[in-house]
Design a protein around this ligand. Structure first.
Ligand code: SF4
Length: 428
């Protein structure tokens, strides 16, 4: 059963009298267990839908619709499948206490992997789920592989009952499912030979593996489960060399670099980031692969649109990790706008000093970094620090932070999004 959350006016659903709260039970005789069933079973043009209205009355809707015509209803979000693993490096286990509840949800859900690109380990995927993935052709899936070696993976996921990922991926691949993979590398557990084996196994899956990202383990001061080593510069260099070897092999033999190191791995290894051509379609940008290169591209392309702000002093808040990358970008913005840009490096008070990512700064950090800066005409903060409700991770609303600061502040993804507007047209 799935429940209706919203019905659009003047839609098929509204014309039928479907209301928010209506439970949808079957489509053409097949039971609906979640949004995937609804999505796929309603692809037909003629539908018989058994439902229960909010007052408990049973009803049958019979409808016909033209190919692709939307029904005009939104379902309530599904309860997510929870993760059965207990990875030592789990970022959620490394969250400080006291944050809003939904941040602690450890989802591991192949349905969300298909629908939204969330990475899933497939640890809780049974044979019947595999049948369903194949039937509905849920492709591509985003898979947290970490290691293809079964014993190593059990240790990494801290789960003795984890299924064999090679078996799962082969079955799915035989049915035409493709994958974007990620491997979080934990020094001593899945680097070296284990990483080599994983890269070889994924390579041998051929075109079923669309991309793979190799990401260094990220720890906070609250990562209480972790007993291993952090990723140092030397290890990062070795991992990077392995990834690059397999990437080059892909480029030579198959015409594309299929495996990528994350930006963080390059930075940890002290290496310059690759050019845009390396990343192709930037398939794993959400995973921090090519994000810096993409930012550089967007700034370079947007400079001609930047409005003049001669003499204005603009603060740009970032975390320590991005500071070296930002400096040349700010110089070019300065030349294009006539403004003086100052990098304001903020420390992460919530996660501790090991977390230097700009997007994880919290409202309190922004306040601390800017509250005494009476000299700044305006400040840009990383847009990734706030959610769709304009809340920082520490639950401070953007409006509260704005009211407390002496200058206007603007969340920005790439500077151009704010600076292309005329100074008077920048809306707070
Ligand atoms: S798979 Fe591991 S890292 Fe992901 S949510 Fe579960 S325990 Fe955390």
């Amino acid at each position: 059963m799935v429940k209706v959350a919203r019905v659009e006016v003047e839609s098929i659903a509204a014309a039928l009298g479907i209301q928010p709260g209506t439970e949808l039970l079957t489509v053409n005789g097949r039971a609906i267990s979640d949004f995937l069933d609804w999505e796929f079973l309603t692809a037909d043009e003629e539908l018989v839908v058994e439902a229960r209205q909010p007052d408990g009355e049973s009803v049958i809707y019979e409808l016909e619709r033209l190919d692709g015509e939307p029904l005009g209803l939104t379902l309530q979000p599904p309860p997510v499948r929870r993760c059965a693993n207990r990875c030592e490096f789990c970022f959620i286990e490394g969250l400080p206490p006291g944050l809003r509840k939904n941040l602690y949800i450890r989802d591991d859900d192949y349905r969300l992997s298909f629908a939204y690109g969330n990475f899933a380990t497939l640890s809780n995927v049974k044979d019947r789920d595999i049948d369903r993935i194949l039937e509905y052709r849920l492709s591509p899936l985003y898979v947290s592989v970490h290691a293809t070696n079964h014993e190593a993976r059990k240790v990494l996921l801290n789960n003795a009952r984890v299924p064999d990922i090679k078996y799962q991926m082969s079955r799915l691949a035989e049915g035409g499912i493709q994958f974007h993979c990620q491997m979080v590398v934990v020094p001593g557990l899945n680097d070296g030979e284990i990483l080599e084996e994983s890269l070889r196994d994924l390579w041998e899956m051929g075109e079923s593996v669309l991309s793979a990202a190799v990401v260094p383990v990220g720890l906070t001061q609250f990562s209480h489960l972790y007993t291993g080593k952090g990723m140092d510069r030397e290890t990062a260099g070795v991992v990077l060399a392995q990834v690059e070897w397999w990437g080059k092999r892909g480029l030579t033999e198959r015409g594309e670099t299929w495996v990528f190191a994350s930006d963080e791995l390059y930075m940890l290894a002290g290496r310059e980031l690759p050019d845009p051509a390396h990343y192709g379609e930037f398939a794993q940008i959400e995973n921090g692969v090519g994000a810096v290169t993409s930012l550089r591209m967007r700034v370079a392309e947007g400079l001609k649109r930047v409005a003049r702000r001669d003499g204005e002093k603009i603060g740009v808040v970032t975390g320590l990790a991005m500071a070296p990358v930002m400096r040349p970008l700010l110089e070019s913005l300065s030349a294009a706008s006539g403004a003086h840009f100052e990098l304001v490096v903020a420390e992460n008070s919530l996660f501790g000093p090991t977390i230097t990512t700009a997007g994880l700064l919290v409202g309190k950090d922004i306040l601390a970094a800017l509250k005494d800066r009476l000299d700044l005409g305006l400040a840009l903060i990383p847009a990734e620090t706030i959610n769709e409700d304009s809340l920082f991770l520490d639950d401070l609303p953007l409006s509260t932070v704005r009211e407390a600061l002496p200058m206007p502040i603007f969340p920005s993804y790439d500077f151009i999004d704010v600076l292309a507007q005329e100074p008077s047209g920048v809306a707070a």
